[in-house]
Design a protein around this ligand. Structure first.
Ligand code: 5AD
Ligand code: SF4
Length: 473
């Protein structure tokens, strides 16, 4: 393999050949040593990465590895990284640093690092020079090459840095090992064309590519038949679905078609871009049987000046128009958003505009982030807001939202909501937890037989982040 040049496409038959080759080698090793080989897949970042990791784990299984949650027994470690903010990158590098001693204890251990960080040359170089015990690296668009890279690593014995793909494609029919047997991710498209001035995603995940609708419908149908109860359609900007092929069939059409599938399930999607969130989409949701009345609509800032320098292509008036229409058609809708604090050029007045928008819209929940300069994006070159100012603004934003979140959740006290039970709560093992159709966390006294099933919970009290209630029999 010439590692300097972009790689030509790898077809399904070739992928299968590499999978079979590693499988055969692993099988001979198992017979010789009497021991299975174990693979540990670790995920950082967003839902798209979690979905990718399910494919990486599926590929590991197809190659004859047993997937483990215990890194200490692993013969293969795959770290799937995130590049969205510096904090995520630093955390990942520190974890990769900790694997050095595992390699020292077990020199046959193979360590691969993949995902968004590895689509950036400077991060590949970090691994190259600072983590010499990492065996191979590849970016998100080369996920399907994982068996090939593993094969080549074993054959050549040297480190491999996978270059860019010559063409970013949609690769179908990879094996998958889903984490849950009642919640599932289904990607509908990959990549992003928007180039928001702060965001690294278009550089590391390439341009928008939509999956064929037949493939998506077949996957969702199969999941429903297998008993999956909560299915989330994924894409960096789901509202652009189909536009890359110039298709007349859009995301609202896809949702309508999926909603017609018979069964007891809830359908969600993320993420939507306000510039493309159409009334047609909201109408489909309002009239649907299965689509959750839940909308994640990242606003990023409440200042029109900042939205413009973020290259977001909407203003607060347009944003409010969508919110108002959504609430008119679905009065029970849960609306969440992303906000970036301290974007370059953000003044105290811009920030006050954001606070005013929070008070006007009243989100159910916010994911708020301090702006993190990303190398290669335009905003990273602009004058930065001093750290101390951002920290004060960030705390203020959290405090304002906490009050709104509490009031929104208090309004649900006394109502009975459908909740998909996830099991015993991690923070309080006397209670079970689950998600409402609006995707709010609910705690209640449950039983082991509730796990993976819909139960009904009457809300008795609430805080800003969760509901607490009693399960109805
Ligand atoms: N700094 C801070 N937050 C960011 N996001 C994306 N890029 C950055 C960045 N450079 C946030 C946006 C996006 C969410 C997934 O992450 O709010 O919607
Ligand atoms: Fe990043 Fe903007 Fe694309 Fe979202 S829409 S992935 S924020 S560039």
């Amino acid at each position: 393999m010439n590692l300097k040049k972009p790689l030509p496409p790898l077809d399904v038959a070739e992928q299968q050949r590499y999978i079979a080759q590693v499988h055969a080698e692993n099988e001979s090793c198992r017979i010789a040593t009497g021991k299975s080989l174990y693979a540990f897949v670790q995920t950082f970042g967003c839902q798209q990465n979690e979905a990718d990791s399910e494919k990486l784990a599926g590929l590991c299984e197809a190659m004859g590895y047993t997937v483990t949650q215990d890194v200490r027994v692993a013969d293969l470690i795959v770290v799937n990284t995130c590049a969205i903010r510096e904090h995520a990158e630093k955390k990942t590098l520190s974890i990769v640093g900790q694997y050095k001693h595992l390699k020292e204890q077990k020199p046959s251990l193979i360590i691969a690092v993949c995902g968004c960080m590895m689509a950036q040359e400077h991060r590949q170089n970090d691994v190259k020079f600072r983590y010499p015990y990492v065996d191979f690296v590849f970016g998100p668009s080369s996920l399907h090459r994982f068996p090939q890279l593993l094969c080549e690593k074993r054959r050549l014995g040297k480190r491999i840095y996978c270059p860019e793909e010559a063409e970013y494609t949609v690769v179908e029919d990879l094996p998958i090992r889903r984490e849950s047997d009642y919640r599932a991710w289904v990607s509908v498209m990959y990549g992003c064309n928007n180039f928001c001035s702060y965001c690294i995603v278009p550089y590391v995940r390439g341009r928008e590519r939509s999956r064929e609708k037949e493939k998506i419908v077949a996957e969702v149908r199969e999941l429903v038949q297998k008993g999956y109860k909560d299915i989330t359609l994924l894409g960096q900007n789901v509202n652009s679905y189909g536009k890359d092929g110039g298709r007349a069939y859009d995301f609202a059409d896809l949702l309508s078609e999926l909603d017609a599938i018979e069964g007891d399930f809830v359908l969600r999607f993320m993420t939507s871009h306000p510039k493309d969130a159409s009334r047609k989409l909201i109408d489909v949701m309002a009239a649907s049987k299965h689509i959750a009345h839940q909308f994640h609509l990242p606003m990023q800032s409440g200042s029109d000046r900042i939205l413009s320098s973020m290259n977001r292509h909407y203003d607060t008036e347009k944003y409010l128009g969508i919110i108002d229409y959504m609430r008119k058609r679905m009065p029970d809708v849960t609306i969440t958003s992303d906000i970036i604090v301290g974007f370059p050029g953000e003044t105290e007045e811009d920030f006050e505009d954001t606070i005013r928008m929070l008070e006007r819209v009243r989100f159910d929940m916010l994911y708020s982030f301090i702006y993190s300069p990303r190398k290669g994006t335009p905003a990273a070159e602009w004058e930065q807001v001093p750290r101390e100012e951002t920290a004060v603004r960030f705390d203020r934003l959290l405090a304002v939202q906490k009050e709104i979140g509490k009031e929104k959740n208090d309004a649900l006290v006394g109502t009975t909501l459908r909740v998909l039970c996830d099991g015993v709560s991690k923070g309080n093992d006397a209670l079970y937890s689950g998600r409402t159709d609006g995707n709010k966390i609910a705690f209640f006294e449950g039983t082991p037989s509730d796990v993976g099933k819909f139960v009904f919970v009457t809300v008795e009290r609430a805080d800003a982040f969760a509901l607490y209630g009693k399960k109805e029999n």
